[in-house]
Design a protein around this ligand. Structure first.
Ligand code: ADQ
Length: 750
């Protein structure tokens, strides 16, 4: 299939695919390396994407696949393996020792992440050495990539083995285009949070190093965004997260297959021969196909039990059906897998022993990797394909079956727990935990009228054709490339070294300087409870030394009450603004009202705020002299997102004819008088002198008022990456402190 995606093109740039496994396994036989193709959804999918590349697609001619070659290779053979991998497979092997693989691959990847992300918490092992090794191997991949990456490469990292890699790559090369795709489910927050705190934070931060993160389904995308919000506190807007210093798009890209390859497979000579043989062997018997990697997530035992029940409930089908079960060996050496293999084989033996007779084997079982021609033949001849995972990121087998069967019909029975169920609703959808449902679905499938089979297949095939593997990859890559523009926009606002230098120069030239600074989130990081944000001695000393320069006027403008500011900062020679501009205090003078205000409204509105706080655990009301605040930083973010608009609506209906306004800040709603804001407060200071250096710094929407009020010659900086009227964004309050400390040093030396 060749379809140019909309959006920016990759042409001229190199695509670097990074995954744990390469599309081949190396085996060292008699001291010589040999190369064999490897199996699995990721490899099959990406390999098809590489093979289906055509000159008219936006996919680049030059690409490289970086990953582990499947076994540990002695150092004396490594150069030879690299040479052959590059020449034959455009691949670059990353060598790992067996001990490293033990704790990384069998350990953290497959004994921690795999079971947890597939909702098997009881199989999940939490071991510090596994996590340590996971971090080390991600770093090892980053180090291996370092010398081979070019600045304009487009890097596409795949799957759960390398979730820390995007951040590691971006830290050393901030302008590299990095995408990440997760092939397995991303679990709900309640499951993800079972990972210890440092691990789960590092994983989310690691992923957020990418410019684009892709998942198979909307649910996984939503689960990820929820975890980011709840664990890291980063909000999302239109599928974008502003993380640290760059924007990340998080979106859904359901992986497709190479439809033409499967649809045309029956015409291939080898496949045709196998189809013929299979038809002869199966004559008079309807075949039910089951194909998977050996994995507990695939529900293979459930499937066998469902089939057993089918044979028990519907004896009329004895001798008339056969379950063709192909299991690909996988993760040999992991306890659960070895155990499961034994269980499956016992079940197969039990069913065959119980129902089989001379001339009829109810389950034909093969435990091996089968070549493409044989797999395609199995798809083509099977009357039913039974896919029953307990959890599956997508499941390509279901799609491959539908694509291969062409116009001939056939029935797909598909678990609702597979990502593919979202795109293949015409299949008979079952719950894999219900053996009875599997049994009756088998009966329904075997008895479905051919016209109905064809109708359903056509609908599914049309969808598979539209969004095949090339379209999937092109969509992802063009989405990744368009993030460069977003990054450029974000970065152009970020306070650069050059802009910082200009500010320092202008500071030194300034004779009358005004530093107008917000408090919470700007001079101190935001804390969960508003009462816990008092300044430490370092911050107080910094303000004192800035104010000690006679050329400086320092003003701290806050939404806090006078009393709090007096307690925290009242002894410093600085100006203060309380309650967002309702009260002003010039150095050595008493507080004065910006304008006279009537606060009768509090009697009516405060009880309403209290009621809403009672209904949202973690929310709290702060009564101030001329305003009131409803804080919800400690509340559940999603519940708060529902309650807050309700409260706003309620308040707006009550204040319609008053001089009050409801203003939304960062996790806080404020009720205050119209016309009272930090913009007015800033103007009142600007009127007091002819300042030749003005700097305003704030972090909240309420600070936008003074960014707008400052003259064009002023410098204005917003903390965080939000859209702003300020000239610049700065990462966090620690950066603000660094900037102010540099001012203080300049004042001392100058
Ligand atoms: P897997 O868990 O490996 O992939 P799946 O999507 O079904 O699962 O892909 C298996 C692939 O292996 C298919 O392409 C199939 O043709 C091939 N295969 C299966 N049995 C085989 C056999 N006996 N011989 C040869 N080939 C065989 C992971 C996730 C999935 C997700 C994919 C892609 O777990 O949920 O769909 O990645 O993202």
């Amino acid at each position: 299939m060749s379809r140019s995606p909309a959006g920016p093109e990759l042409s001229g740039r190199r695509l670097v695919i990074v995954s744990n496994r390469l599309p081949f396994n190396v085996e060292v036989v008699n001291g010589r390396p040999t190369f064999h193709p490897s199996a699995g959804g990721l490899v099959t999918g990406l390999a098809s994407f590489r093979e289906s590349r055509q000159p008219t697609t936006a996919l680049p001619a030059e690409h490289l696949w970086v990953g582990w070659p499947g076994c540990s290779v002695e150092s004396t053979l490594q150069a030879e393996v690299v040479g052959e991998a590059l020449a034959r497979f455009q691949s670059y092997p990353v060598f790992l020792t067996e001990e490293q693989m033990e704790q990384f691959y069998l350990g953290f990847c497959n004994a921690t992440i795999w079971p947890l992300f597939h909702y098997f918490p009881s199989y999940t092992v939490y071991q510090q050495p596994f996590w340590d090794q996971y971090k080390q191997i991600n770093q090892l991949f980053a180090d291996a990539l370092q010398p081979i990456l070019r600045p304009d490469d487009v890097v596409w990292v795949h799957d759960y083995h390398l979730m820390l890699l995007p951040r590691l790559l971006k830290t050393s090369q901030p302008h590299l285009s990095v995408g990440f795709f997760l092939h397995i489910p991303f679990p709900s927050f309640e499951v993800f949070r079972m990972l210890p705190g440092e691990w789960r934070r590092d994983i989310l931060e690691g992923l957020l190093g990418a410019d684009l993160i892709g998942f198979h389904t909307y649910e996984y995308t939503r689960h990820f965004l929820q975890s980011v919000l709840r664990i890291l506190g980063y909000e999302y807007h239109m599928s974008q997260v502003l993380a640290l210093e760059h924007a990340v798009r998080v979106d859904t890209f359901p992986m497709g297959i190479d439809v033409e390859k499967f649809a045309g497979a029956s015409k291939n000579d080898d496949t045709e021969k196998e189809i013929h043989e299979l038809r002869n062997t199966l004559s008079g018997v309807k075949s039910i196909l089951s194909v998977d990697r050996l994995d507990y997530s695939k529900g293979i035992s459930n499937r066998l039990e469902g089939y057993e029940l089918f044979l028990e409930n519907y004896p009329e089908y004895h001798s008339k059906v056969a379950l063709l079960m192909v299991v690909v060996p996988s993760r040999i050496g992991v306890v659960q897998y070895d155990l499961m293999k034994r269980q499956i084989e016992e079940l197969v033996g039990k069913i065959n022993g119980r129902f089989g007779r001379v001339g009829w084997t109810p389950v034909v079982y093969q435990y091996r990797h089968v070549p493409f021609a044989s797999l395609a033949a199995l798809y083509a001849v099977s009357d039913v394909c039974l896919v029953t995972p307990l959890r599956d990121g997508m499941n390509l087998v279901a799609k491959e079956y539908v694509a291969t069967t062409g116009d001939g019909g056939g029935v797909l029975i598909l678990s609702e727990m597979a990502g593919a169920a979202k795109e293949l609703p015409e299949a008979i959808i079952i719950n894999p935990n219900n053996r009875g449902e599997i049994a009756s679905a088998l009966k329904e499938a075997l008895e479905m009228a051919p016209a109905e089979q064809q109708k359903r297949h056509r609908l599914m095939q049309r969808r598979l054709k539209r969004y095949d593997v090339t379209r999937w990859a092109s969509d992802f890559l063009s989405g990744l490339l368009s993030m460069s523009e977003v990054q450029t926009r974000v970065e152009s606002k970020l306070l650069s070294a050059g802009a910082r230098q200009e500010i320092f120069t202008r500071y030194q030239l300034g004779q009358r300087r005004l530093l107008f600074l917000d408090y919470d989130g700007t001079l101190t990081p935001l804390v969960r409870h508003p009462g816990l944000a008092g300044p430490d001695s370092t911050r107080r000393e910094l303000l004192r030394s800035l104010a000690a320069d006679p050329q400086n006027t320092v003003v701290v403008a806050s939404g806090r009450e006078r009393r709090t500011l007096d307690d925290w900062l009242g002894d410093l020679p600085i100006g203060l603004v309380a309650e967002h501009g309702a009260w002003l205090k010039v150095v050595n003078q008493p507080w004065h009202h910006a304008k006279r205000l009537n606060d009768e409204w509090k009697r009516e509105l405060l009880p309403i705020l209290e009621i809403y706080a009672d209904r949202l655990p973690g929310a709290l009301v702060e009564e101030k002299e001329n305003s009131a605040a409803w804080h919800y930083r400690m509340a559940d973010p999603e519940q708060a997102a529902l309650r807050t608009p309700e409260l706003i609506d309620h308040l707006l209906s009550l204040i319609a004819k008053t001089d009050l306004q409801v203003v939304q800040g960062d996790k806080v709603l404020e009720i205050r008088h119209i016309g009272v804001n930090k913009g007015g407060a800033a103007l009142s200071w600007l009127d007091q002198d002819r300042y030749d250096f003005i700097l305003g710094v704030g972090d909240d929407t309420t600070d936008e008022d003074f960014f707008k009020a400052l003259p064009a010659s002023a410098f204005s900086i917003r903390v965080g990456m939000a859209a702003t009227h300020a000239q610049y964004n700065i990462r966090d309050s620690a950066e603000v402190i660094k900037l102010l400390r540099a001012f203080a040093d300049l004042s001392k030396t100058g």
